[in-house]
Ligand binder design. Structure first.
Ligand code: UFG
Length: 344
């Protein structure tokens, strides 16, 4: 029988790509999503790619009663992948309580319900933001956690601590915490991708919107950092590579492949790419020019960070395989598809 997985935030950017990979790996998926930053069209996109429509429940994970009903309606949920969260760094500074409520209460509800429904484990979406500006690069999983620069970042740190404490207290499940670097790109079918609400805050959606003419030009936040070309450096990972890591993490929990009840993995490519390098890589990959200008630094930006991904490579047995060019091509195809469909 197919194993049943609850994917919270499964209509979101990373959640939808992970649902595709889970279904292709033979898992049965139940999506719970409040659609605050997504829509039902995503579920249709997943169905077009995989031929399977995942079960979908429009529920907010802060609603414990609603979640309980989901566990009752879909008996035998084996594992959870918890994506559902608010994720805009800037917004979190202005609406901290919203972020603390959404991102912490949701996790508490799930952790509370898991023993009652005999759920074996939870894979949690965390972020490299927990490392702040690391002293040593590339950064590995043993690097110190630094004070968060935003309420959003703080919720990820607190959630990691909550999981750790719950497991230390002997709660009967396992967890894998995945620390994402910068996921970009879209499914090669262009049936699903990133659909930012309003003006994109992240680099690649803004870049593709500037390239297609929705935005006048991309602002590059600073060229006076202590990096080779002066712009910030990140580790950009194809969202499909990232999604695949979740399937492996879940297998690891459900098939008891690890002794430890709690593990942490960096999910990155292991390569740092500057903002300017990324713009040029996009132009090379697509033949499309990106109008841009250099502006001042963005408050709170980390100068440079990229992953030491050896632990994930060796222990999880996962490696990112997509090139930055192919990844950017997929982001462009998605942008073109949004235009074709009259969405943007
Ligand atoms: N950038 C620009 N112009 C833009 C947008 C971004 O130059 O219009 C630059 C940023 O200054 C940064 C880089 O592009 O140097 C990447 O910025 P993103 O906003 O795409 O990503 P961040 O690395 O700032 O943030 C992301 C996620 C967060 C997560 C964080 C972890 O959005 O959720 O990574 O470091 F917490």
């Amino acid at each position: 029988m197919k194993k049943k997985i609850l994917v919270t935030g499964g209509a979101g950017y990373i959640g939808s790509h992970t649902t595709v990979e889970l279904q292709e790996a033979g898992y049965e998926v139940v999506i719970v999503d409040n659609l605050s930053n997504s829509n039902l069209g995503v579920v249709e996109g997943i169905e077009r790619i995989t031929g399977i429509r995942p079960a979908f429940e429009q529920i907010d994970c802060t609603d414990k009663k609603g979640l309980t009903e989901v566990f009752n309606k879909y008996p035998g949920i084996n594992g959870i992948i918890h994506f559902a969260a608010s994720k805009a760094v800037g917004e979190s500074v202005h609406k901290p309580l919203l972020y603390y409520r959404n991102n912490i209460v949701s996790l508490l509800n799930l952790l509370d319900l898991m023993p009652e429904y005999q759920v074996k484990g939870i894979v949690f979406s965390s972020s490299c933001t927990v490392y702040g500006q690391p002293e040593k690069l590339p950064v590995d999983e043993t690097a110190p956690i630094q004070p968060a620069l935003s309420p959003y970042g703080n919720t990820k740190q607190i959630d990691e601590e909550i999981i750790r404490d719950a497991l230390n207290a002997g709660l009967p499940y396992k967890s894998i915490i995945l620390r994402y670097f910068n996921p970009i790109g879209a499914h090669p079918s262009a049936e699903i991708g990133e659909l930012p609400n309003g003006v994109p805050q992240n680099l690649v959606p803004y870049l593709t919107q500037a390239a297609i003419g929705i935005r006048k030009e991309l602002s590059i936040y600073g060229n006076d950092y202590n990096t080779p070309d002066g712009s910030c450096i990140r580790d950009y990972i194809h969202v499909v590579d990232l999604a695949k890591a979740h399937v492996i993490a879940l297998d690891r929990i459900l098939e008891n492949k690890s002794e430890s009840r709690l593990e942490y993995f960096n999910l990155g490519t292991g390569k740092g790419v500057s903002v300017l390098e990324l713009v040029y890589a996009f132009e090379r990959a697509t033949g499309v020019k990106v109008p841009f200008k250099i502006v001042g630094r963005r408050e709170g930006d980390i100068e440079q960070i990229w992953a030491d991904s050896r632990y994930a490579n060796e222990v999880l047995g996962w490696k990112s395989v997509e090139t930055i060019e192919d990844t950017l091509k997929s982001a462009w195809r998605w942008q073109l598809k949004l235009r074709e469909n009259g969405i943007m």
